[in-house]
Design a protein around this ligand. Sequence first.
Ligand code: ADP
Ligand code: MG
Length: 261
Amino acid sequence: MNQEIALTAPATTARQERTSTTLPAQRVSTAAQTAIINIDNVVKTYESGSQQVRALKGVSLSVERGEMVAIMGPSGCGKTTLLNCASGLDVVDGGRITIAGADLAELSDKTRTTFRARNMGFVFQTYNLLPVLSAVENVELPLIVSGVNPREARQRALQALETVSLRQLANNRPAQLSGGQRQRVNIARALVNEPDIVWADEPTGALDSKTADDIMQLMETLNREKGLTFVIVTHDPAIGARCNRVVRMRDGVIVSEESHK
Ligand code: ADP
Ligand code: MG
């Protein structure tokens, strides 16, 4: 098999073209063909005034393609920092992060931004939806920004809303949606680029338990049916129990891991 093909998702030729144009020079190592995410001894220190905060003190973690991994641990232990570093939102001070064979540190800022936009989706606790835009306009925004023509963007955004069972409410603005519906819009927006990986930072943290369960079911379905890899930061043990693996952090390090299935 052409090694570059391993960078792409199994499904579409369109995506193969997109991804291989994104990363023409990248080579896939043998290890990277199984693990889509490779985090190796990552260190991250924040300068806060005169103080240094060692948020990550040497974290290593591999995630297989199609896995659903929960990251748990007390507030301030470094979960969000790990997500931000692993997704290329933030840079690390030490160690290495490889996503689908691409070493994030070796990509230029521009290439990394494109790589993230094309291969990753993000779901946060707060919905981050623009209040003046309708649901469908919020979902299509990343496509418009990355240059997809408006008609195609609209079609794909509606499709993504269909996936989260919200097509009927496509023209509602966020204020006209419930918390759970807003989080569905957020998930639709994360999916609209057909990413390989979805990073979710406490996606159910602001939802009641019934709605949280619905959102988790939706993510499980996407994981099962589309093979999406999920990394989910959560405080909710019920969410953790439904993931393939729970990784526990404390004070900037991983302290334990347990596999479920
Ligand atoms: P968690 O998501 O597990 O609650 P974070 O990753 O947000 O933890 O934070 C880890 C540590 O890094 C905390 O001590 C936090 O105060 C600190 N921290 C996070 N972001 C910054 C920042 N931008 N500047 C300074 N310190 C930060
Ligand atoms: Mg956090």
